[in-house]
Design a protein around this ligand. Structure first.
Ligand code: MLT
Length: 277
């Protein structure tokens, strides 16, 4: 595995011929943060300066997003193996891994193949269930639309849907910036990620078997993940920290940043003190 340093913007490894970009900051116990669909690791830009005062924070660009190449073999499992490759490269023996939405799907695959490396798993607006037939059809329709019309006309609708209505009204300029950013992703990455999500299998058993604590952050106004899916998973783990927020959609890290940051900090402290007992 080769390591190359970007001038200002972090590092990358070459994994299975593809570049996997990551950033690391801070010292202490390790926290790995994974972004979701149509995002990149800058999703965590408000979290890392605070969390890195206490922890070693690693953010990773998943396949085709941010500064990472699209992996040749494309699946949620393959993304989890790319995450593993970064952690192996950095000699990380234990970490808490928190994934937003699709990043949570990746986290679950990582937890399935490398449970011994986890001190905690966080599902930040995410869940272990496979796509319904309706969801698969919707994803295929979106991919076809993007192939024909590009990302720009998709980005607006996609971003609006991520937030609770109140937030969209109050933070219109921010939403517009996010739409612009979303429209800059590669269509190949979006289509590959959609196909990977279509193909993913049920990971409920991963949650049932995990011996480390699990964190759930749920937004009651989440349009991307149904409240039914969110609630159904809560009793699966042996030990869980559950946080359900009333006026929040799919983007708690933007919608209620102070609260969700506090939840993540508390979870980190709990996970590492739990292992010291
Ligand atoms: C995400 O934010 O990663 C997606 O909403 C996940 C999904 O579509 O299932």
């Amino acid at each position: 595995m080769k390591i190359i340093q970007f001038k200002f913007s972090g590092m990358y490894i070459i994994h299975k011929k593809s570049k996997v970009a990551y950033q690391q900051i801070g010292k202490g116990e390790t926290l790995v943060l994974l972004h979701g669909f149509c995002e990149d690791s800058t999703l965590w830009a408000n979290f890392t300066p605070v969390l890195s005062k206490k922890y070693h924070v690693i953010t990773i660009d998943l396949s085709g997003f941010g500064k990472s190449d699209l992996l040749e073999e494309h699946s949620i499992d393959a993304m989890a193996e790319a995450v593993y490759a970064v952690l192996a490269h950095l000699s990380i023996k234990k970490s808490v891994l928190i994934g937003h939405s699709m990043g949570g799907y990746v986290g679950l695959c990582f937890a399935e193949s490398h449970p011994e490396l986890l001190s905690g798993l966080g599902l930040f607006h995410s869940h272990p269930f496979p796509d319904s037939e309706q969801k698969k059809a919707d994803r295929k329709r979106v991919s076809e639309f993007i192939k024909q019309h590009g990302i720009a006309p998709f980005a607006g609708h996609f971003v609006f849907n991520l937030f609770a209505k109140k937030f969209v009204t109050k933070r219109r300029a921010f939403i517009d910036r996010l739409i612009h950013k979303t429209s800059m992703h590669h269509s190949d990455a979006i289509i590959a990620a959609s196909n990977a999500m279509i193909k993913r299998e049920d990971k409920s058993e991963v949650l049932t078997k995990l011996t480390c604590p699990v964190l759930f952050i749920v937004g009651k106004q989440d349009n991307a993940i149904s409240i039914d899916y969110s609630l159904r998973q809560l009793s699966l783990p042996k030990m869980a920290s559950v946080h359900i927020f009333e006026d929040v959609g799919h983007m708690g890290m933007y919608e209620i940043p102070e609260k969700t940051l506090e939840v993540v900090e508390e979870f980190m402290d709990f996970c590492f003190s739990f292992y010291m007992v």
